[in-house]
Design a protein around this ligand. Structure first.
Ligand SMILES: Cc1ncc(COP(=O)(O)O)c(C=O)c1O
Length: 397
């Protein structure tokens, strides 16, 4: 049997992780500024995490959602306390797209409507309802595009209000910070206007915190820089530090009905143990504050590099718009500079999503490596150094 090859792969085999580092099969160390796609929140193979997951596996890995599972309640309580969303209710699933699918389903159940407003450059996952509102037609099959949607420019409240007035919208969905689109931060004011517009028109506001949640931006959820109470919040990625777990938080005004939502694996014992370990480490090691502090420092250092077009983001969710395609530079940073970074749907934007444990000296190390490769690839600098080289050559000929 062969693999169904849907991923373009880097020629590197990662076999071990330790904190902010990963190691390939030859023992080569890499600084992980990608976090396995924003997944590694508390660092690779954190000792508390491995011990808690191992202990749980030795006791009970899985039993179905047909019996009491006190770990789910323990998880909900801890999550409520840390996130400041105590009054919300929790439904646990296994991935980001599944969280989105369930959030949209609840919005449609609640309103009896099916049109969704999302934003240009958004990404919400690849299952049927999620991919329909994702701004990339290449990943949508005909079966995925069966319900009505409007993809509007982010920040354009008038366009949102106009669509909402038609009365057929069940939900407006927005990422806390747009990730795959190239790190675009919605204004707090826009989020607040969205919340009001949704309320006035009987639509639900869904905050997709799958990439931006769990302390990555220095707040538990990125939307918390605005004064809003979303109707539904979706979560995954950093939630399990690599264990597949996702969830939705539902505003208490929604009434649960038996059978309304369901999943075989969601909220299983092992997933809850992994999730609890993440929350415990986030709290004990004060990682949200660390993400805010180191992220601010990293952004400030990057902004001093001449020629960069823009540095965007909050905490440790940062996009660097270099002004030129980053593909080659990113590859060299990995294979020569030994640093993993992320790309985005914007070919000029490098995405940084390191574990929330990195220090100021890791940020310095990144900036110095990045600067070397940026200066090597930046077209005007390349042109300038070629011209200088030619002048020297001419002088000595
Ligand atoms: C904002 C956002 N929403 C949803 C998803 C989908 O998550 P998953 O890949 O776990 O299905 C992603 C994945 O990158 C994401 O970044």
């Amino acid at each position: 049997m062969d693999l169904f090859k849907v991923y373009p792969l880097f020629d590197v085999e990662i076999v071990r992780g330790d904190g902010k580092y990963v190691y390939d099969k030859n023992g080569q160390q890499y600084l992980d500024f990608y976090g396995g796609h924003a997944v590694i929140s508390i660092g690779h193979s954190h000792p508390h995490y491995t011990a808690r997951v191992t202990r749980q596996l030795e006791q009970l890995g899985f039993y179905s959602n047909s019996v009491q599972n006190p770990l789910q309640r323990e998880y909900a309580q801890k999550l409520g306390a840390l996130s400041g969303c105590e009054e919300y209710n929790l439904f646990l699933v296994n991935s980001g797209a599944e969280a989105i699918e369930n959030a949209l389903k609840v919005a449609s159940f609640e309103t009896g409507k099916s049109k969704v407003i999302a934003f240009k450059k958004a990404f919400h996952g690849r299952t049927s309802a999620a991919v329909n509102i994702t701004d990339n037609t290449k990943i949508q099959a005909p079966i995925n595009t069966r319900f009505d949607k409007a993809l509007l420019p982010m920040g354009d409240i008038k366009a949102v209000q106009k669509q909402l007035k038609r009365g057929n919208v069940c939900a407006v969905i927005i990422e806390g910070i747009q990730g795959i689109g190239g790190i675009h931060v919605p204004d707090a004011e826009f989020l607040e206007e969205l919340a009001i517009a949704c309320q006035e028109n009987g639509a639900l506001l869904i905050l997709d915190e799958i990439q931006s949640g769990f302390g990555r931006t220095g707040k538990f959820f990125a939307y918390q820089r605005a004064n809003i109470q979303p109707d539904i919040i979706t979560m995954a990625k950093g939630m399990g530090n690599g264990f597949p777990i996702g969830g939705i938080l539902l505003h208490p005004r929604f009434e649960a009905k038996y059978g309304m939502l369901g999943t075989t694996f969601g909220g299983n014992h092992l997933a809850c143990a992994a999730g609890l370990a993440v929350l415990e480490v986030l709290e004990q090691e004060n990682l949200m504050a660390n993400a805010a502090r180191v992220g601010e420092y990293l952004k400030a250092q990057l902004e001093t590099i001449k020629g960069i077009k823009a540095v965007r983001g909050e905490g440790l969710m940062i996009g660097i718009d270099t002004g030129f395609p980053i593909k080659e530079m990113r590859k060299e940073m990995l294979f020569e500079g030994q640093i993993f970074t992320g790309s985005s749907s914007d070919p000029n934007v490098l995405r940084l999503l390191p574990p929330l444990t990195i220090s100021v000296s890791d940020a310095d190390m990144f900036v110095s490596t990045f600067k070397t490769y940026f200066e090597k690839h930046q077209p005007t600098l390349v042109k300038k150094s070629k011209a200088i080289f030619k002048r020297i050559q001419d002088k000595f000929q």
